[in-house]
Design a protein around this ligand. Sequence first.
Ligand SMILES: Nc1ncnc2c1ncn2[C@@H]1O[C@H](COP(=O)(O)OP(=O)(O)OP(=O)(O)O)[C@@H](O)[C@H]1O
Ligand SMILES: [Mg+2]
Length: 458
Amino acid sequence: MPLLIRLYLKKRLDYNSCKTGANNTMAIEKVEQQDNPKSNIISAKEESGQQAILVSRRIEERHRLFFKEIGHAYFEVDNRGKFSFYNDHFCEVMGHGNGELIDKSILQFLDKDDVEKVKSALKDIYETGNPLSDLEFQIKRKDGQKRQINTSISLNTDIENRKTGFRGIVRDISGRKKSEDQLNKTLRLESIGQLAAGIAHEINTPIQYVGDNIQFLKDSFGDILNLLNSALAYVKLTATGSSKEEAVSVIEEIMKSTDSDYLIDEIPRAIEQSINGLQRVSEIVKAMKQFCHPGKEDQQASDLNAAIKNVVTVAKNEWKYVADVVTDLDATLPLVPCRLGEINQVILNLIINAVDAIKDAIGKDGTGKGTIRITTLHDDSWAEIRVSDTGTGIPDEIRSKIFNSFFTTKEVGKGTGQGLAISHSIIVKKHGGTIDFETEIGKGTTMIVRIPLKGSYE
Ligand SMILES: Nc1ncnc2c1ncn2[C@@H]1O[C@H](COP(=O)(O)OP(=O)(O)OP(=O)(O)O)[C@@H](O)[C@H]1O
Ligand SMILES: [Mg+2]
């Protein structure tokens, strides 16, 4: 007797067949529903004997063609992570011949830094039953090349809903990642270009007064030399028997003409000020060097507190007329595994956004300054950076959009709407972290960046 079951599948259609008794097979097929095409109806018929075998072969053939022609790499692994099925596209991505992957563990093809990340993703999917999209990691191909891939993985279950493993669609994003990295580099160079004018100004001020001081020291040296000569003359005069009074009056005359009291006060001050000025220049140059070339492009254990100080220094000309920057940096913050050049970029984006929000809050001819507070803290798993401002706050209606690419409320030519989108991609995709915010209209905004300490990065 035909058995018709209506199943509404949420995610993916399954064409399948299963045994229902001694010689009977249940054939399961999709049936289009006229009035609601989005609802996939599966009809299941109990078949028997030859007919069942035919139906089963037909379904298998469709299955095979479907995975051949979907144009995406597809794989299935069992509960131990061993490949049980994949299509030709997947073999191409992996660089292996057909049949070479069956029963091999997916973990043996991963970069060692990614093993834990993938294991924990599979564990989550297994426990929650929720699919995961945009999981990115590196695989090693048979020819030794590495490829960056993006996968969407979900749980595989059998007809009785038992968890049998995982299935995934794979995209090779090595090319896209390269261009993303290129874009990040370009944007970093662009912001360096934008900061350059401010940095030149920051360096110019101390250079100018160090120059003035050196000129002053040069002039004073003539006077000092005069004094010295008069002291020598005194010694000579007293040696040749001239009266002491005569010698003293000569020296007093010279002291008066050189304004020696003034020189005695000013020379040490000019020297001190010049040393400070040169120190300031060397700090700016060092910060700039760190900002432009923070080390290898790969992830490295990095001092985030030092990075924050550097960015604050190179961006000084952007904030100093608008806000005071206060830092409250956790001295016990461990080194954080990250790509520091990219984290520098994120901190800079957040500071510039804070400056813009404060400018808006104090108005164009506002006299008061705002405050930007940058804090770091950590627990066992995360390092956290908070950038708070006393700006306008973010209106309710745009809160869900601020991380979108090209979303900006700034005038044309000022904002491109890329800052937070890129920061989001750097923190979430590239470092396995989170970026979030708390905001209150009229009070300000706190952007909260969290980076995992265990280094779950690309
Ligand atoms: N600290 C903040 N306070 C108030 N609004 C903010 C803050 N940070 C971001 N926003 C809002 O989010 C929008 C998007 O920010 P994002 O940094 O992505 O782009 P942008 O600053 O407009 O341009 P870009 O950063 O590319 O120069 C901003 O235009 C602004 O409306
Ligand atoms: Mg911005």
